[in-house]
Design a protein around this ligand. Structure first.
Ligand code: ATP
Ligand code: MG
Length: 391
C-alpha cells in the first residue's frame, strides 16, 4: 500500500532576497501572526449558514508553535486557509510579520502569493517527476539565488531533516515518513517566518510520527519560525504545541500552554476533548469558602477548585482524570468515596487501569488493586483534583 504523499505549497516572497535567508537561527522574538476577530461563513446548499470560523482572535510570536486542536468540522482548516490567503474571510483582520494581509474594514486582501509563509499539507503530492533535491530546491529557484548557494542550502536542510541519503530519489521511491521530511525540508528551505501545517503527520505510522514530532520541534527551535499546526490528535498537540487553541464550532474554547489546558481546562468541552476523564453529573448541594459538594449517582463528591460561582441546586458535572482516581477500601460517609462495581483491570504496559461501572456508565482509575469481577468498589479522588462545570 502506498502512503499518500505530502507536499508543500510555497507562496512566493514579495521581495526577492539577494542572499538566501535560509538556515539562519533567529533569536529575537516578535509577533509574526495576529488574527483579530476573523470570521468565515459558508452557505450550505439548503440555504443554511455554517459559521466555520466565528470571531477568532489569536497571536503567534516567532519561536512559538500554536496548535489548532478540535474535532472534525470545528474550523481548523478553514482558519488555516484564511491565514494562507486560500480562503477569503467575511470579517476581521490578519497581520503577517507586521503587514496587514487581510482587513475587512480597510478592504485589504493580499493574494496567497503575496503572503510570506510556507505551508505543509497532508494530502498534496510532492512533484512526482522531480527528484527529492529538486522538490526541496523548488521554492529557491524562483528567487535570484546563485546555483551553488541553492545546492548548499538544499543539502544542508536535507541533512538536518535526515533525508540526505535519498536526495537523488524520486518521491514514489521513498517511504511515507521520508516524503513528509521532504515536504518539511521544502517549507524550511524558504526561511519564511511563518509555517502553516495541516495534519502533516496523519498518514505516517505511530513510530515515525513520534520521531517526526521530535524532529519538528528541534527544527523549530533551531530556525525560530512561528508555526500554526492543525490537528485533531491530542498527542500531537500536547507534544508539539507551545500553545494550544482548542476550537469548538469555529470559536476558540481555550488558548493556553498544553499543561494549562490539561490541568485547568476552561470548560467541559476542553476537559473531555483533551485526555481521559471520568464525568459525574449531579446537583450542587452546598457551597463553602473552599469548595462545594455535589450529589451524584455514585454518592456525594467534593471539589476544592476555583469554579464558576455555583449555588446549591445548580446542575453541574464533576470531572476528574483517571490518573487522579484510586480504588479505596473506604466506606459510606467518607468524603469522595464513590460506590460502583468492579469490572476489570486493563494493563497497558506503563500502567494498569481499574475499570468500574455504575448504571452501565464506565469509570476508570489508575490506582488500586484488581478485585473480583462484580464486587463492590469504592472510587476515591482528592477534592483538589475534581473540576466542576455547568452541564
Ligand atoms: N467550501 C465549503 N463549503 C461549505 N462548507 C464548508 C466548506 N469548507 C468547510 N465547510 C464547513 O465548515 C466547517 C469547518 O470545516 P473545516 O474543514 O474547517 O473543519 P476542520 O476542523 O478542518 O475538520 P477536519 O478535522 O475534518 O479536517 C464544517 O462544518 C464544514 O462542513
Ligand atoms: Mg481539516
Amino acid at each position: 500500500m502506498s502512503t499518500p504523499q505530502m507536499a508543500v505549497l510555497k507562496t512566493k516572497a514579495e521581495e526577492v532576497p539577494t542572499t538566501t535567508p535560509t538556515v539562519q537561527a533567529s533569536t529575537e522574538s516578535r509577533e509574526v501572526l495576529t488574527i483579530t476577530n476573523v470570521s468565515k461563513f459558508f452557505e450550505r446548499a439548503n440555504g443554511t449558514t455554517v459559521p466555520a470560523v466565528d470571531g477568532v482572535s489569536l497571536a503567534v510570536r516567532s519561536g512559538e508553535f500554536l496548535v489548532l486542536l478540535g474535532p472534525s468540522g470545528c474550523g481548523k482548516t478553514t482558519l488555516l486557509r484564511c491565514i494562507a490567503g486560500l480562503e477569503q474571510p467575511d470579517a476581521g483582520r490578519i497581520v503577517i510579520d507586521g503587514k496587514t494581509v487581510y482587513s475587512s474594514v480597510e478592504r485589504i486582501e493580499l493574494s496567497a502569493q503575496q503572503r510570506t509563509l510556507s505551508m505543509v499539507f497532508q494530502s498534496y503530492a510532492l512533484w512526482p517527476n522531480m527528484s527529492v533535491f529538486d522538490n526541496i530546491a523548488y521554492p529557491l529557484r524562483n528567487r535570484k539565488i546563485r546555483k551553488a548557494q541553492i545546492t548548499d542550502d538544499v543539502h544542508r536542510i536535507a541533512k538536518l531533516v535526515g533525508i540526505d541519503e535519498v536526495i537523488g530519489q524520486f518521491p514514489n521511491h521513498i517511504s511515507g515518513g521520508q516524503q513528509q521530511r521532504v515536504a518539511l525540508a521544502r517549507a524550511l528551505v524558504s526561511g519564511d517566518a511563518l509555517v502553516l501545517f495541516d495534519e502533516p503527520l496523519s498518514n505516517v505510522d505511530a513510530k515515525v510520527r513520534k520521531d517526526l514530532r521530535i524532529e519538528l520541534t528541534a527544527l523549530q527551535n533551531r530556525f525560530g519560525f512561528a508555526a500554526v499546526y492543525v490537528t485533531h490528535d491530542q498527542e500531537d498537540a500536547m507534544e508539539l504545541g507551545t500553545k494550544i487553541a482548542v476550537l469548538e464550532k469555529g470559536k476558540v474554547a481555550q488558548v493556553a500552554s498544553p499543561r494549562e489546558v490539561y490541568q485547568n481546562p476552561a470548560s467541559r468541552y476542553v476537559a473531555t476533548f483533551i485526555g481521559s476523564t471520568n464525568e459525574l453529573e449531579g446537583k450542587v448541594v452546598s457551597v463553602d469558602a473552599t469548595g462545594l459538594y455535589i450529589d451524584t449517582p455514585l454518592g456525594v463528591i467534593r471539589s476544592e477548585r476555583p469554579h464558576g460561582g455555583f449555588a446549591p441546586g445548580d446542575e453541574v458535572v464533576a470531572i476528574f482524570r483517571p490518573e487522579h482516581g484510586y480504588l479505596t477500601p473506604a466506606h459510606p460517609g467518607t468524603v469522595n468515596a464513590l460506590k460502583a462495581t468492579f469490572r476489570m483491570e486493563l494493563f497497558s504496559g506503563s500502567h494498569a487501569e481499574q475499570v468500574v461501572t455504575h448504571n452501565h456508565k464506565v469509570y476508570r482509575v489508575w490506582h488500586g488493586q484488581e478485585q473480583e469481577h462484580g464486587s463492590e468498589a469504592w472510587i476515591g479522588v482528592a477534592p483538589e483534583k475534581v473540576h466542576v462545570f455547568e452541564r
